[in-house]
Write a protein that binds this ligand. Structure first.
Ligand code: F6P
Length: 537
């Protein structure tokens, strides 16, 4: 369907009747034009504002005094940057780079990219105490373990929640400063900003707010341990739509609201009525850009293999993992599976290497330090057991890698191993599929990721089951090129169809429809009042 027809489709509200789920795959190919067409429904409402903690680019002062620009590795950035670029929007984020303040204008923002501006990045500054309480404390020692089933105990401190509240308020004010109308479209991202929708609505009651929760939502019984559970829910219910990665997360959220608040729930339509608000809850699985710029700009697969494998013997099979260094990612479990593989299958000794890229993350937190030292111990032990002078089966690269380098690894690998113990989506799985335009490579994927619902042609594993994971790895390494191609083609068809544009289009279409309904309701209410009021003389 072309973009003009699509605009008409959205405008006339037909989209709702023809829910995408009921259609055959490949009936649409979702492009940036469809996304732009959707944005037409928000004409005259000023720039779209994305509120997300992590900035898409940061500026740091290098040791030699130069300012260096670093791109964020976050999946959230991958999914949202195409949108914000195509509509000249504003991205509001924490200015965390050591040279971030040096490059901003008088309104604490900058054009990105500076030479050919596509969008505005507005930076919000946090002092050390605020960052400690809001980001490290409440968001990452409280909410992160609360929402991920990895048996790490959440830590809740009152002073952290105070900081979280204050910082959410401050970001809401920054959003308010950036909008140019009284009914803007605002996309609030993730668990850092549960309170922001309510705070934004206090300033801008007519705004359309879509809050998207990128990580899992816990079962209501688990959520109940959070001392400020009610406040968080009320904050999120300031939104027009609350989006999640999977229908299971929506179900958990709705049940949590039912259990915690005096709300009315329309189960058929997934609408929560709370106070004078109606809030829609819906699953929108996040995805990657397709066609994928990073894949098309990468060197040919053969060149990537030559570069990445330059220090490996030619007959060595290569598996890669790409994660933040985080206990939810199951990196240690992957190492244990490799150890078991080498125990059970001697044919892979000196013939198999697993390279794990682990971007340092939240390093000051105890759980992350423990995870890091456990990884170091496992790597040493396994390499001592199975390594030689010239061979190490496990290579741990603890460093930030630019997206282009990550794609080189993904294109060079025989196997990509995604082993999260629990994950909202895991975009690395989809990036691997996007990177493999040669239709080769095997994806070994944890069944506890959102991605496992869509990428059913991956080899699915339970990362907790080390023996099984080892056998699945062996199967991946033995897979024929024909089977690899058939599985990869099927997964590429899924990612092509359910790409990042579709993620945005579905959210914006629903937001446009709800906004139109609201305007219609206001129009009828105003007319009804005009009809019933005595005529003015
Ligand atoms: O998984 C959700 C998510 O927000 C990702 O988008 C992001 O990579 C991560 O969590 C947050 O990482 P950080 O704390 O480094 O911003």
């Amino acid at each position: 369907m072309d973009a003009a027809l699509f605009t008409e489709f959205v405008r006339r509200g037909k989209f709702e009747n023809e829910r995408l789920e009921q259609r055959e795959p490949n009936s649409y190919s979702w492009t940036v034009e469809h996304m732009r067409a959707c944005l037409d429904a928000f004409d005259g409402t000023g720039p779209i504002v994305v509120l997300a903690n992590r900035e898409p680019i940061r500026h740091d002062r290098a040791a030699d005094g130069r300012i260096v620009v670093r791109r964020s590795a976050s999946g959230l950035v991958t999914a949202l940057e195409p949108l914000i670029e195509s509509c000249s929007g504003v991205w509001v984020a924490h200015g965390a780079g050591t040279a971030d303040r040096v490059v901003v204008d008088w309104r604490d923002g900058l054009d990105v990219p500076p030479a050919n501006p596509l969008y505005r990045l507005r930076r919000v500054w946090l002092n050390e105490r605020e960052e400690r309480g809001y980001y490290y404390g409440f968001a990452n020692e409280g909410l992160w373990p609360l929402c991920h089933r990895t048996h790490v105990r959440p830590v809740f401190r009152s002073e952290d929640f105070d900081a979280y509240q204050n910082v959410n308020r401050r970001f809401a004010e920054a959003v308010h400063e950036e909008v140019e109308s009284d009914s803007p479209l605002i996309l609030v991202q993730d668990y850092h900003f549960a309170l922001a929708p309510q705070a934004i609505r206090a300033h801008l009651p007519l705004s359309t707010i879509v809050a998207f929760w990128h990580i899992p939502w816990p079962h209501p019984r688990d959520y109940a341990v959070c001392p400020w559970g009610r406040e968080l829910l009320e904050g999120l219910l300031g939104s027009t739509i609350v989006g999640f990665q999977t229908p299971g997360d929506c179900e958990n959220f709705i049940e949590t609201v039912e259990y915690s608040l005096d709300a009315h729930i329309d189960r058929g339509r997934n609408v929560i009525a709370y106070g004078d608000r109606r809030v829609t809850v819906h699953a929108y699985p996040v995805s990657v850009e397709w066609p994928n710029r990073l894949a098309s700009q990468s060197p040919p697969v053969e060149t990537c293999r030559a570069v990445v494998r330059r220090q490996l013997p030619p007959d060595v099979r290569l598996a890669v993992g790409v994660d933040r260094l985080d206990y939810t990612k199951g990196i240690n479990e992957k190492f244990l599976a490799v150890e078991r593989l080498l125990e059970l299958h001697s044919e892979f000794r000196e013939r198999f290497v697993f390279v794990q890229i682990a971007e340092p993350s939240r390093e000051c937190l105890a759980a992350y330090q423990a995870c890091r030292s456990q990884l170091a111990q496992t790597v040493d032990r396994v390499n001592l057991r199975f390594g030689t002078d010239r061979y190490r089966p496990l290579i741990l690269l603890e460093a930030h890698h630019e997206p282009a380098e990550v794609y080189q690894f993904l294109r060079a690998a025989d196997v990509c191993y995604v082993g999260s113990l629990h994950d909202g989506m895991n975009l690395v799985a989809k990036e691997f599929v996007a990177a493999r335009d040669d239709n080769q490579g095997v994806l070994v994927l944890s069944r506890f990721t959102g991605a496992a619902r869509e990428l059913t042609d991956a080899l699915l594993v339970s990362p907790f089951a080390i023996d099984d994971s080892a056998q699945v790895l062996a199967r991946a390494l033995d897979m024929t090129p024909e089977e690899q191609a058939s599985r990869m083609r099927a997964m590429r068809a899924v990612v092509a169809e359910f790409n990042a544009y579709r993620w945005v289009v579905e959210m914006l279409t629903d937001a446009a429809r709800l906004r139109a309904n609201r305007d219609l309701r206001h129009y009828h209410e105003a007319n009804w009042r005009a009809d019933t009021l005595p005529a003015q003389s």
